[in-house]
Design a protein around this ligand. Structure first.
Ligand SMILES: NC(=O)c1ccc(NC2CCCC2)nc1
Length: 246
């Protein structure tokens, strides 16, 4: 991933992400270039109108096809070809596999709708796919685009300080994350598990694997069905058990 184009009526909303955290740094460094496009810049009328009343009546407004289409075509005219992805509740629900798929692309074009949605003919003629971040309705696609961008950018090599931390994250290999601790070793009478202070990195790794497996079994048995316990996990849990007994 080296370029992300976001089509939005609120470019300042999206631009604000440039200054935040690891994803902000990646964009500030230019590892990822972020380009915002506003359909309002592609209107022809003096009022620069991007929405209009829905045919068939009903509440709210619909995004007009022409300015949106011109905007999308301007985006497509630049740089390499890429699918146009609409963020909407009817789309494929984003999960780790979806993030990996999007992260493998050289370019993302994210279309953010507002109001009641965009004219269906734009979706039929210019949009290639629809992604959803979950089964709920948002007032705009921008929050969903921000989620997609964050999840995808952190997968890029070199973006996170410690590459392996992106690998250990929850959901890699269908596992939730292990518990995390930092100083002080005893806090409000609660101690950090002694294994983490042992300096025995092999044992610490086994403990982390076993904890992640335990949590996944407790919180997300569906993930266990999809990603069965591996030999490494079984061995780690077994060895830990024997050590505990020791
Ligand atoms: N679950 C989601 O990812 C999602 C995305 C966009 C949206 N609303 C947008 C879609 C067009 C007008 C507002 N609602 C929900």
């Amino acid at each position: 991933m080296r370029r992300i184009d976001v089509i939005t009526l609120f470019p300042e909303w999206v631009e604000s992400l440039k200054g935040l955290g690891v994803t902000g740094r990646a964009m500030a460094q230019g590892t990822i270039s972020l380009h915002c496009w506003n359909p309002r810049d592609f209107t022809e009328d003096v009022h620069r109108s991007v929405d209009d009343r829905p045919y068939g009546g009903g509440p709210g407004m619909v995004m007009r096809p022409e300015p949106l289409a011109r905007c999308i075509e301007a985006v497509l005219a630049e740089d390499i070809a890429a699918p146009v992805s609409f963020l909407g509740p009817q789309g494929r629900v984003l999960d780790h596999d979806g993030v990996s798929e999007l992260a493998g692309r050289a370019r993302l074009i994210l279309l953010c709708g507002r109001y009641e949605g965009v004219d269906e003919r734009v979706l039929q003629t210019l949009v290639d796919e629809e992604w959803s971040i979950g089964d709920y309705v948002l007032s705009g696609g921008e929050p969903a685009a921000a989620v997609v961008m964050d999840a995808v950018i952190r997968q890029q090599p070199g973006v996170l300080g410690h590459e392996e931390s992106a690998l250990r994250d929850s959901f890699v290999g269908g596992r939730l994350d292990c518990p995390h601790y930092t100083r002080p070793a005893s806090w409000r009478s609660r101690d950090v598990p002694e294994v983490l202070l042992s300096g025995d990195h092999a044992r610490i790794e086994r403990w982390r694997l076993a904890e992640a497996l335990h949590r996944t079994r407790q919180q997300r048995p569906d993930l266990l069905a999809r990603y069965p316990v591996s030999e490494v996990e079984r061995a780690a849990a077994k060895k830990l058990g024997s050590e505990k007994g020791a």
